[in-house]
Design a protein around this ligand. Structure first.
Ligand SMILES: Nc1ncnc2c1ncn2[C@@H]1O[C@H](COP(=O)(O)OP(=O)(O)O)[C@@H](O)[C@H]1O
Ligand SMILES: [Mg+2]
Length: 139
């Protein structure tokens, strides 16, 4: 199933993430793809808000991952700096992906394709003009 949405500013992208929260369940992985500045973190912000995540801090510039409490546990992983997926097991980040409990959002998911489970929701964000983004959601 594929859905394409054009957004006209960060608020709208956040709303698309917020809407997705209604459809995700424990164990789901939301795999985000798109270049720097495409809006992945903005989307995750909305998703987290939709999951009633508490104490959200989404600027983990030096952190690879972070977990939060919410309607269900919420994990945010940024694979940007991951060169070798084996690093994940070394740092223990595999614990953030199923079968661990919760919903996991993964930015730069295309860098660790082998770790993204079947059935993940793929979210591709692309620039589509000034302040516009084309968001393709696929499950
Ligand atoms: N339609 C839009 N959707 C999302 N972000 C947008 C949009 N238009 C402009 N922006 C801007 O683009 C940037 C996206 O940043 P961010 O979400 O951190 O991207 P990424 O995590 O993909 O690097 C923000 O500065 C945001 O204000
Ligand atoms: Mg980001």
């Amino acid at each position: 199933m594929e859905r394409i949405v054009i957004t006209h500013g960060p608020e709208e992208t956040e709303e698309v993430g917020f809407g997705l929260a209604e459809t995700v369940r424990d164990g789901d992985v939301v795999a985000l793809v798109g270049e720097l500045g495409a809006g992945k973190t903005t989307f995750v912000k909305g998703l987290a808000r939709g999951l009633f995540v508490k104490d959200l801090v989404l600027s983990p510039s030096f952190l690879l991952a972070r977990s939060y409490e919410g309607r269900i546990p919420f994990h945010h992983l940024d694979a940007y700096r991951i060169v070798d997926p084996d690093e994940l097991s070394e740092v223990g980040l595999r614990g953030l992906l199923p079968p661990e409990t919760g919903v996991t959002a993964v930015e730069w998911a295309d860098r660790i394709p082998g770790l993204i489970p079947r059935g993940a929701v793929w979210v591709k964000l692309e620039h589509a003009g000034n302040d516009r983004r084309r968001i393709t959601l696929r499950r």
